[in-house]
Design a protein. Structure first.
Length: 75
């Protein structure tokens, strides 16, 4: 099932994603990324992932987590 505008996940993730994209225009990733992924807190990320009933959201979380950790590692 694809994430659609009327899904609760869309409402949760899109403002966060849009905010991050906007901030990246002027800031370095290490200055704007927060949360368990930026702290390399894999245990918390896995706990959040387990709580997501929508597999598409869980997949999105895994992708965003990996990209966050990769971006911070490369800095």
């Amino acid at each position: 099932k694809a994430l659609k505008r009327d899904d609760i996940g869309y409402e949760i993730f899109m403002p966060m994603i849009e905010g991050i994209v906007e901030k990246t225009k002027n800031e370095k990733p290490e200055n704007i990324l927060t949360g368990p992924s930026s702290r390399n807190d894999i245990k918390s990320v896995k706990k959040i992932e387990k709580g997501l009933k929508n597999r598409d959201l869980a997949n999105l979380l895994r992708i965003l987590d990996a990209q966050t950790r990769r971006a911070l590692k490369d800095e």
